[in-house]
Ligand binder design. Structure first.
Ligand code: CU
Length: 203
């Protein structure tokens, strides 16, 4: 193939010698002779490589998907403090109230991009999901008692899917660092009612 290209090149060059004084861009000569050959030889491996890069990139960009179910109804009563907050139920990995809660199907995920696919499966109650970094499970989170909810200004929430109507879904994508997190609903009374779950992000 290289020989063929050289013949073509020398042909071209000899043709050029008849056109004295006329400048032919060197790039054009190169394009007409070497490039097609080089492309033909490289096209298949290049295509394979491009496909592999695309696949790997897509896989990384997608990261982890975590399905989150918000469920349960308040039945009209807003509790003051049912004692079901994270720091008050030692060793628990999630709230244990039977009226409402947050359910995730993986409690440990890998660091990197995480897409939270959140659905409100309640019948008539608005719910939301906050992602809160926590030091440990024994330190109470800042709480506004008279409003029955977490103090969002002091919790360093990474983001939220806020106030979903019953049956509605929302997504949130975050780049998660290794550590412990709490997923919690901060509609008044809901966190205290057990609407939280722990999430561990491993390196
Ligand atoms: Cu809620």
């Amino acid at each position: 193939m290289a020989a063929k290209a050289n013949v073509k090149l020398s042909c071209l060059l000899s043709r050029l010698s008849y056109r004295r004084g006329r400048r032919v861009p060197i790039l054009r000569i190169f394009m007409e002779t070497r490039m097609p050959q080089a492309f033909k030889r490289l096209s298949l491996p290049l295509l394979a490589l491009a496909l592999m890069v695309a696949l790997v990139t897509t896989a990384n960009a997608a990261g982890t998907t975590l399905k989150v179910s918000l469920w349960g109804d308040m039945t009209g009563i807003v509790p003051t403090d049912l004692g079901m907050g994270m720091a008050k139920t030692k060793g628990a990995t999630h709230g244990t109230n039977s009226h409402m809660g947050i359910t995730i199907y993986q409690h440990t995920i890998k660091a990197g991009p995480v897409t939270f696919e959140v659905k409100n499966n309640s019948e008539k109650t608005i719910h939301e999901m906050l992602v809160l970094p926590i030091k440990d499970t024994n330190t109470p989170l800042p709480y506004i008692k008279n409003e029955n909810r977490l103090d969002e200004n002091k919790t360093n929430s990474l983001g939220e899917v806020s106030e979903l109507d019953p049956g509605k879904s929302g997504t949130l994508t975050l780049t998660m660092k290794p550590g412990k997190y709490l997923l919690a609903c901060n509609v008044p009374g809901h966190y205290a009612s057990g609407m939280w779950t722990l999430l561990t992000v491993s390196p």
